[in-house]
Design a protein around this ligand. Structure first.
Ligand code: MLT
Length: 312
């Protein structure tokens, strides 16, 4: 068979199961979002969409896996705000953090929440600030490595409070949550897609959501500003990517499928239980995604440079 024209590619695509690489461990927030998206896209595409967890190095190992994958639309990356911070945070990466990928569409923007081990000695955010200033590096802050959302939120918290903590990196906040529940780390700022059920079940202590408004799913949890810490706001956007040089008709088919997935009532209902919602349909497009992504890289660059913390 000779080379098929791009239009013919798109008509037959997909020809086999797809894989969505999640650059963090199973059981965490990116994994949770990805499995819901994978299931709904699979129904639309008529193929299984398998989630593959490639955690480590703040999401850069999994990103590299997709950067090196065949650009035929069958291997995709679902990643979050780390796609906007790693281009500045990492001095050296084995892939070009922008040029290696084709954006397919934005997915959701997830609030974060500051939580602690069950017996952490603080009743509210003001207490947390006082304990941080008193105990500084004696406190352990769990995150998912440099480039993770939990890393970014920790940086904001430590700079806002002006007290460093010792960071303990995991391959994702799924495993970090297990350590927090067991009382082996003190604090974590993590997405509500991973924390809502633990907070509602009282198995962790919770101090604030990092959004301007309270969440309907956690009505008793104050916003960071209400709890006394202004300027401690961050939410975590997610998007879907293919490797560079994936044919445009395949990107268009994938974007259409993502838009269909984001209208799926089961996905919408589960997102809502976890404190989030799909983006508006016109944001789940390659153009909107690229514009947002590039603007977010520019937004975070000076803040990261001012913090002066880089990875090699
Ligand atoms: C995860 O899926 O484990 C998280 O998104 C990690 C993080 O970015 O904090």
């Amino acid at each position: 068979l000779g080379m098929a024209a791009p239009a013919a590619f798109a008509q037959t695509f997909p020809t086999r199961p797809l894989s969505i690489v999640v650059p963090f461990a199973p059981g965490g927030p990116t994994d949770t979002v990805s499995r819901l998206v994978a299931e709904a896209m699979g129904r639309d595409l008529g193929q299984n969409v398998v989630v593959e967890n490639v955690g480590g190095a703040g999401g850069t190992l999994g990103s590299n896996r997709v950067a090196q994958a065949r650009p035929d639309g069958h291997t995709l990356l679902l990643h979050h705000i780390g796609m906007a911070t790693t281009p500045t945070l990492y001095r050296r990466l084995p892939y070009d953090p922008v040029a290696a990928f084709e954006p397919i569409g934005l997915i959701t923007e997830v609030p974060m929440s500051l939580i602690a081990r069950p017996n952490f000695p603080a009743n509210n955010l003001a207490d947390v600030v006082a304990v941080m200033r008193q105990r500084r590096e004696e406190l352990n802050y769990a995150n998912a490595g440099i480039g993770a959302a939990s890393h970014l939120c920790g940086l904001l918290l430590m700079s806002r409070v002006d007290a460093p903590m010792t960071t303990v990196p995991f391959r994702g906040t799924g495993p970090a949550m297990q350590e927090l529940l067991a009382g082996r780390v003190d604090l974590m700022c993590d997405q509500t897609t991973n924390t809502t059920e633990q907070i509602r079940g009282n198995s962790v202590r919770a101090y604030a959501v990092t959004t301007p408004q309270r969440l309907p799913t956690l009505p008793d949890l104050p916003t960071s500003a209400e709890a006394g810490l202004t300027g401690f706001e961050v939410s975590v956007w997610h998007g879907l990517y293919a490797p560079r040089n994936t044919p445009a008709p395949i990107i268009a088919r994938l974007s259409q499928s993502l838009q269909t997935a984001l209208r799926d009532p089961r996905l919408i209902a589960r997102f809502a239980e976890l404190g989030t919602a799909p983006v508006a349909q016109d944001q789940a497009t390659p153009a909107a995604h690229r514009t947002f992504w590039l603007a977010d890289i520019a937004k975070w660059r000076p803040l990261i440079q001012a913090a002066g913390q880089y990875a090699d």
